[in-house]
Design a protein around this ligand. Sequence first.
Ligand SMILES: NC(=O)c1ccc[n+]([C@@H]2O[C@H](COP(=O)([O-])OP(=O)(O)OC[C@H]3O[C@@H](n4cnc5c(N)ncnc54)[C@H](OP(=O)(O)O)[C@@H]3O)[C@@H](O)[C@H]2O)c1
Length: 281
Amino acid sequence: MEIEKGQVALVTGASRGLGVEIARQLAQRGLDLVLAARSAAALDAVAADLRAASGRQVRTVATDLADLGALEALAEAAGPIDILVNNAGIEGAQAYDERSAAEIAQTIAVNLTGPMLLTRMVLPGMLTRGRGHIVNIASVAGLVAVPFNEPYSATKFGLVGFTRALRMTAQASGWPVSASAVCPGFIDGAGMFEALKQEFGVPAEGMGSAPLDQIGQAVVDAIEQDLPDVIVAQGDLRQAAAISILQPLAVEAASVGSPAAAMFQAVAAARRAVAERNHAG
Ligand SMILES: NC(=O)c1ccc[n+]([C@@H]2O[C@H](COP(=O)([O-])OP(=O)(O)OC[C@H]3O[C@@H](n4cnc5c(N)ncnc54)[C@H](OP(=O)(O)O)[C@@H]3O)[C@@H](O)[C@H]2O)c1
């Protein structure tokens, strides 16, 4: 779909991290925005900055994407939209046998159920108006599984599968609407990987990380070129994604011994230590 001035994009998870950068690049392209996340004050601050920098209309809707009623209220408040960027997501590197049922359910709700339901809610309007594109921010972890991240990997594989199926339905049905999955590896400068670096001091080297500005460009490319998947990563990560289906054992062995696996294992151990301290205290 061609991006044109005055179109409206709804970006979830825009209170911090990658969502802010995606919103910034879409506003720069002349789009008006609706920003959603739970943190109302942070959303309003982002919106004020974007309005000042771009002169575009930027509205905010404080929303918990894990709540069906809140999703319905968001779709209603957003009004007609041309582009939906399902960006909000949560990670949680942790050993699977130490996870709570509530945390697993929350990851599925935010990372997969929310995007699927929001897409269902905005799709009829897009079809009626004759244009629309849905961008799901998945992950390389949705193409190549990562250890200590079962709920995250499962939801991101789900999001990639959802996107691919929806594209095919759109093509088979002749819809004027399409969808793309953007799959970042590790992004430097803002977002959850940057937060892990700050909080746990995990090393950034050898991770094939990419700079923040590539994420907004990937979203724009996905929409304008109608791409199925866009991988935002460098080096081995890209290759692992490509060969993981044909050579699963080789990729599994390389992934278990990778810097990313060591990083997630270290984060899981650090979180276990924090939980044990809290429990003891
Ligand atoms: N950063 C990376 O290196 C990287 C790599 C691969 C994939 N990704 C994907 O990129 C997307 C953005 O991640 P990020 O790095 O920007 O993470 P982040 O900095 O942690 O930001 C996550 C965003 O999601 C929102 N969010 C979380 N739970 C929510 C809920 N229940 N309801 C509504 N909003 C919620 C947060 O806002 P509130 O807390 O205010 O609700 C925040 O705006 C995610 O889907 C992530 O999986 C990131």
